[in-house]
Write a protein that binds this ligand. Structure first.
Ligand SMILES: [Zn+2]
Length: 186
């Protein structure tokens, strides 16, 4: 009898663990799908807005077996925090295509650094050394310094710069007294 109870408890524990793992995987997948800044066209203003889905809410709801599709942040908040979030339709249609990271990678694809001509479409380099930008005032800037909702203007007026040239140009700008330009030796 004792052994029987033991096996029943063990079987139930394994079953519970299996269900818990299944729910967790569902939650993690929902989190990964929802996270990240996205660029949408605001249905109210017809201008670009940077939004973020509530990834934690989506993950928790998916864990319990449901769908949660709401915003957590928008570049038009807090002024318009009570909007209808109609842009969610656009996000649903575009999926990962409206992720800022995807859009930026698409812009760099096929482009070369304006200084050294190095191709900038190797996505694996994105993990560490993000490519940068040359603004109309000839100053290089990092992507993090540009608000995502300004991207459409950036795509028109900025030029692509590789990470190494951005670091070199920034040093040259900040410490001009320490930089000596030598003619190239062939
Ligand atoms: Zn370069």
């Amino acid at each position: 009898m004792g052994a029987m109870v033991y096996w029943v408890i063990l079987s139930l524990s394994i079953l519970a663990l299996g269900v818990w793992v299944f729910w967790s995987v569902r939650g993690v997948r929902a989190y990964v799908r929802a996270r990240g800044k996205r660029l949408v066209t605001c249905p109210e203003t017809h201008c670009a807005a940077a939004v973020e889905l509530d990834a934690k809410g989506a993950s928790w709801k998916a864990f319990r077996g449901g769908n949660y599709f709401r915003l957590q942040d928008c570049s038009r908040w807090p002024e318009r925090q009570d909007c209808a979030q109609d842009c969610l339709q656009e996000i649903e249609t575009l999926g990962q295509g409206c992720l800022v990271r995807t859009i930026v990678a698409g812009w760099y694809s096929g482009k070369t650094c304006v200084y050294c001509r190095k191709p900038l479409d190797k996505v694996e380099e994105w993990t560490g050394h993000m490519p940068a930008l040359l603004d109309p005032d000839q100053k290089t800037v990092m992507w993090g310094e540009v608000p995502p909702e300004k991207l459409p203007g950036v795509f028109e007026n900025y030029k692509p710069v590789c990470w190494s040239c951005h670091i070199a140009e920034t040093f040259r700008r900040v410490h001009p007294e320490l930089v000596t330009d030598r003619p190239p030796r062939w």
